[in-house]
Every structure is written in structure tokens, then in C-alpha cells.
Design a protein around this ligand. Structure first.
Ligand code: SME
Length: 153
């Protein structure tokens, strides 16, 4: 196992213990964001939740997060978060400047990973993590973070 895998294995265990016995989604998202952020030392870690407008149009709306202030609403297919929602899969971006349509909430963010959260067959939220460094995220992050967000179900 790599150092990163060892860290994530421990994180997954802690996350399972942290969420055990609590069913409130917002409380669990808040604690998960804090645990991931603190353990891994990321720049920004948080959730965007799929919510319907008054007219029924769905958007991603900012949920529990750790880090600097962020954009509040993201449309379907927009930016990395909207792309993950649309594609229904994890999106790893080694260099945000090379991702067409990337939404820059902060000029400090250099690389990013977005993991969809499923409620049954529907994407109900995304976990967005930003790094101040290029090439922070890879398949290992994707694999473990996908397991971690499953704890929200
Ligand atoms: N960069 C994201 C927007 C959210 S913030 O970085 C917190 C995107 O392109 O979807």
C-alpha cells in the first residue's frame, strides 16, 4: 500500500465510525467534509447538493464545506461539479486551467476532484475537493472517496 492508501484506509474507518448511528444528511456531510479536510490537508473540501428552483430547474447549491468561501450555485453541466453531475461519474482534473468551463471560485485552486453522491439511481449531491497544487488527485483518491460518500446513504 502507498502512503496515500494507508491514510485513506484509516480515513474510511474513521468516517464509518463518525457517521454510525446518525441519519441526518447535512450533519453527516458537515462532519465528513471536516474529517476529509483535516486528515488530508486539502485546500477546499465540501458538498454541493442538487436542489430544485421555484420553477423546478435543478441546480447544485453549496452545502457543508471546509475552506474559503465558494460559489453558491452551479448549473447542470457547468464546471467540474456540473460535469460530474451530468456524467454521473468522478471527474479528476490535474490542472484546472486546462478544464474547459472550469468555475474558478478561487485563483488558488490548481487541481480538483469531484465525486458524485447517489441516492438510488439519482445524483443527489457531489463532493468537491480542491488543491492548491497541480496533479494532487488520481485513481486512488477517486476509489476511496467514492467509498466514503457511500456512507451518506
Ligand atoms: N471549481 C468548481 C466550482 C466549485 S469551487 O471550486 C469550490 C467547478 O468548476 O465546478
Amino acid at each position: 500500500m502507498t502512503d496515500k492508501e494507508i491514510k485513506y484506509t484509516q480515513l474510511l474507518k474513521e468516517a464509518a465510525a463518525l457517521l454510525d448511528g446518525e441519519s441526518d444528511l447535512i450533519a453527516n456531510m458537515a462532519n465528513l467534509a471536516a474529517l476529509i479536510h483535516e486528515t488530508m490537508g486539502f485546500w477546499w473540501t465540501g458538498f454541493y447538493i442538487v436542489r430544485a428552483d421555484k420553477d423546478g430547474t435543478e441546480q447544485l447549491v453549496l452545502g457543508p464545506f471546509q475552506g474559503p468561501i465558494a460559489c453558491t450555485r452551479i448549473a447542470f453541466g457547468r464546471g467540474v461539479c456540473g460535469a460530474s453531475w451530468q456524467r454521473r461519474e468522478t471527474v479528476v482534473v490535474p490542472d484546472v486551467e486546462k478544464f474547459p468551463g472550469h468555475i474558478a471560485c478561487s485563483s488558488e485552486s490548481r487541481s480538483e476532484i469531484v465525486v458524485p453522491v447517489f441516492n438510488g439511481n439519482k445524483v443527489s449531491a457531489v463532493l468537491d475537493i480542491d488543491s492548491q497544487y497541480l496533479n494532487t488527485f488520481d485513481e486512488t483518491d477517486a476509489r476511496y472517496l467514492e467509498q466514503i460518500v457511500k456512507l451518506l446513504n
